[in-house]
Ligand binder design. Structure first.
Ligand code: GLC
Length: 455
């Protein structure tokens, strides 16, 4: 009898597994434990760095544009991989110690994790790969992934690998069959004849295997990306994920390997039409903060500081520090994470504009971090405030973008005491039943965002 029910249970689990795309089922408790550090972290640094970084948005002496992703420059100019490599490789000269600069900056900025491009769409792998010569090992004589991973760990940062399944280098990447995905040769005949997609998929798996097997713990795998016609099984995704999980059982993955879920466009709140947890741990709104977050789903908004992910010498459309801090606060108040991008140059140097902004965010977080790390979404729908609210248990944090004209903060909760983060003096609180008024000083100490902590 006992044996029989055990068998039935196993059968159910197996069936469940099949439904979930062939991955082993995971209990809610296990999932919560796996996601815990990520949910508390709230702020990460994204790094786009590859051969395109040396080009900096310039092709044969001409600026390709002043806006948009210059990590796509090969596609923008329609170059095949030989011409591209010929132009880009001489300009990609990683200086010694570049990775330590990245890691220190991320720590100073208050980031808890860093996600960097192990391979972007161009196909160049930063690590020392055995399955290609288009990699850090062959081109620079160094394992750049290893240098980065070591530097991040030395600063106590979690390690995230961005990896592009799109590949503009591999001779068997079948761009005609790759759905709506971009390719520099799209619409032109393959210079090397018919392509065998299965060979590319094998290569993709082999390279990912190197990445998950050789560098110790990988905290995040950030896939990029699928589209209808080339998603999930097009990359043999279940098999790929199973392999990844045998090496990295605790890894957290985004949702771009299968299908980027459709969003209900009409209400702009970020409600997903469907969500399959086994196909990714979190969703990835790009360059936008959904107005009410993404209800019921872990999410991370990734954003650039100017308009390009990869370094661009001609893009000066930098967001202000104030905008960036407001984005962080806005995202956390809606229950999400913020992945803020930097695009280092060909030698690995992070542009000064980004360094200054990252440090300013760090300075703000050193005073106000307790209202961000481990904080949860605003519990008051319809709260009227030029600012945002986050919460930790019974403590509320009011992030003020400006001072209310009458100098009073009206709160729909019974508050016992309040003070401004970074200051000791208590603020005057007047209770009116289950509402409270907090009296603010004449001038708020931080014009960008002052945080009131209320218990
Ligand atoms: C997109 C772009 C890419 C960038 C990424 C970051 O999918 O193709 O260049 O890396 O988004 O979210």
């Amino acid at each position: 009898m006992k044996k029989q029910s055990a068998l039935m249970l196993a059968g159910c689990l197996l069936a469940g597994g099949a439904l979930r795309g062939g991955l082993p089922p995971e209990s809610a408790a296990d999932r919560n434990a796996r996601m815990a550090w990520w949910r508390a972290a709230r702020f990460g640094m994204f790094v786009h760095w590859g051969l395109y970084s040396g080009l900096g948005g310039v092709w044969k002496g001409k600026a390709v544009g002043t806006r948009g992703g210059m990590e796509w420059i090969q596609q923008r100019v329609g170059a095949d991989t030989y011409e591209y490599a010929h132009e880009a490789i001489p300009r990609f000269r990683p200086k010694k110690g570049f990775a330590r600069e990245w890691a220190r900056l991320a720590r100073e900025a208050g980031c808890k994790y860093v996600v960097f491009t192990t391979k972007h769409h161009e196909g160049f792998a930063l690590h020392r790969s055995d399955v290609t010569t288009y990699d850090g090992g062959d081109v620079t004589g160094r394992d750049l992934t290893w240098e980065i991973v070591q530097a991040l760990r030395a600063e106590g940062l979690r390690v995230g690998f961005y990896h592009s399944v799109i590949d503009w280098h591999h001779p068997q990447y079948d761009y005609e069959h790759a759905g709506a995905l971009p390719h520099p040769l799209k619409g032109k005949p393959s210079p090397n004849g018919p392509r065998n997609h299965a060979i590319y998929v094998k290569y993709l798996h082999a390279q990912v295997r190197e990445l998950v097997a050789r560098y110790g713990t990988v905290d995040i795998l950030w896939w990029d990306y699928s589209k209808p016609g080339a998603e999930g099984e097009f990359w043999k995704a279940d098999e790929l994920v199973r392999m990844v999980k045998t090496f990295q059982p605790g890894v957290i993955m985004n949702d771009r390997l299968y299908r980027i879920p459709d969003i209900e466009r009409h209400d702009s709140v970020g409600r997903l039409k469907s969500w399959t947890p086994s196909r990714g741990d979190f969703t990835t709104p790009e360059q936008t903060v959904p107005s009410t977050g993404v209800p019921g789903v872990d999410w991370e908004a990734c954003m650039t500081m100017n308009t390009s992910w990869g370094y661009s010498a001609h893009d000066h459309a930098w967001k202000s520090t104030k905008q960036l801090i407001h984005h962080l606060v806005d995202i956390v108040s809606k229950g999400g994470n913020y992945l803020l991008n930097v695009g280092p140059m060909g030698d690995g140097t992070i542009p000064e504009e980004s360094v200054v902004r990252m440090r300013a965010i760090g300075a703000w977080l050193r005073v106000n971090g307790e209202a961000i790390y481990g904080a949860q979404a605003n519990p008051f729908p319809g709260l009227k405030l030029d600012g945002r609210c986050t919460r930790k248990g019974k403590t509320l944090y009011f992030h003020l973008f400006s001072r209310p004209e009458d100098g009073r903060l009206a709160i729909p909760a019974a508050i016992r005491r309040a003070r401004i983060l970074g200051e000791d003096a208590p603020l005057r609180v007047v209770r009116q039943g289950d509402r409270s008024l907090i009296f603010l000083p004449e001038k708020l100490p931080d014009p960008v965002c002052t945080v009131v902590r209320a218990e």
